[in-house]
Design a protein around this ligand. Structure first.
Ligand code: NDP
Ligand code: 8X3
Length: 282
């Protein structure tokens, strides 16, 4: 089986041409290396699981080492693939550079980078918001994404192929009340995604922006600083997206033929339209 091209283009009448799309997907990812930042929870963890189930080897990152170790053990045991956990804070440029400069040789052929690590802290009006929260959001969601991308890109450039998926948000498409700097950071992610796509065209590197609406993860607990009641209220009357919904979407984008690139994808639950409009059932 030839893995470096999409199975749609393998040009042979093989298993993949006779089976359904799910079968094709699982063939295509065998032995690929997928790097997911922020894999200790939520969307990142769901992506790691999805790609591991498709027989990819995964590099998982986050700050909570014990969760990385647990996930490594679980994925290796469940799917028989290899997992490399890297524990660092994406805000720390030196730590990011050190993690990727010392990547073991067998992990250097990274096929896909999913820039997912991120957070919102606080939901306050501009005049009340805390400057430390703003700095943490910008340092994580914007600087962190840039540090990781710059550290990983040389491995993709060496192969002259790759796919970078940046986790944006509907907050990066429309500013909403009390969203201020979280929205600003996600607007930056949107712009960076477009800029990367343009500049990396010549290097055969795909760049995709995924922009979810409300997804029930630890996101709101972090945003409301541990207030579980406020976090839960964000989803009142809704059937929100799940982390698996987003992982499935990322998987779809990454699994397209070599000549096809989804540029930008906005995804909400059926009860949400944009950032302002929700239909909440009583
Ligand atoms: P979670 O809080 O469940 O997961 C966030 C992940 O990011 C964790 O693995 C966390 O790991 C990691 N992370 C946060 N800060 C850092 C840091 N400084 N260094 C390294 N890793 C970090 O939230 P989600 O899964 O929902 O969020 C994932 C992405 O999706 C974020 O970029 C978020 O903005 C975006 N998003 C989320 C939406 C939602 O409604 N949930 C909607 C739209 C976009 P650790 O704490 O171990 O470091
Ligand atoms: C998270 C979605 O609408 O809370 O990015 O900003 S929202």
């Amino acid at each position: 089986m030839y893995f470096s091209e999409s199975p749609w283009r393998c040009g042979k009448f093989c298993f993949c041409q006779r089976q359904n799309v799910t079968s094709i997907s699982y063939f295509a990812f065998m032995n690929k290396i997928i790097l997911i930042t922020g894999a200790t929870s939520g969307i990142g963890k769901a992506c790691a699981t999805k790609f591991a189930a498709a027989k990819s080897d995964v590099i998982i990152t986050g700050r909570r080492n014990e969760r990385l170790d647990e996930l490594k053990a679980q994925l290796e045991n469940d799917y028989g693939i290899n997992v490399l956990p890297l524990c660092f804070d994406v805000q720390d440029r030196e730590a990011v550079n050190a993690a990727f400069a010392n990547l073991p040789a067998q992990w250097q052929k990274i096929d896909v980078l999913i820039n997912n690590a991120g957070l919102a802290i606080g939901r306050d009006s501009f005049e009340d918001a805390d400057m430390n929260d703003w700095e943490t959001m910008l340092n994580t969601n914007v600087h962190g994404l840039l540090y990781v991308s710059k550290a990983v890109l040389p491995y993709m450039l060496a192969q002259q192929k790759g796919h970078i998926v940046n986790m944006g948000s509907v907050a990066g498409k429309e500013v909403y009340e009390k969203g201020n700097v979280y929205c600003a950071g996600k607007f930056a992610v949107d712009a960076i995604t477009k800029a990367m796509r343009i500049d990396l065209l010549k290097n055969n590197i795909k760049v995709t922006g995924i922009h979810p609406g409300a997804v029930e993860t630890e996101f709101s607990v972090v945003r409301f600083k541990g207030d579980e009641v406020a976090a839960k209220a964000a989803y009142t009357g809704l059937t929100p997206l799940t982390a698996s919904d987003i992982a499935d979407t990322v998987f779809y984008c990454v699994n397209l033929p070599a000549h096809v690139c989804i540029n930008d994808l906005v995804i909400t639950c059926t009860q949400q339209a944009g950032t302002y409009y929700f239909y909440r059932k009583p």
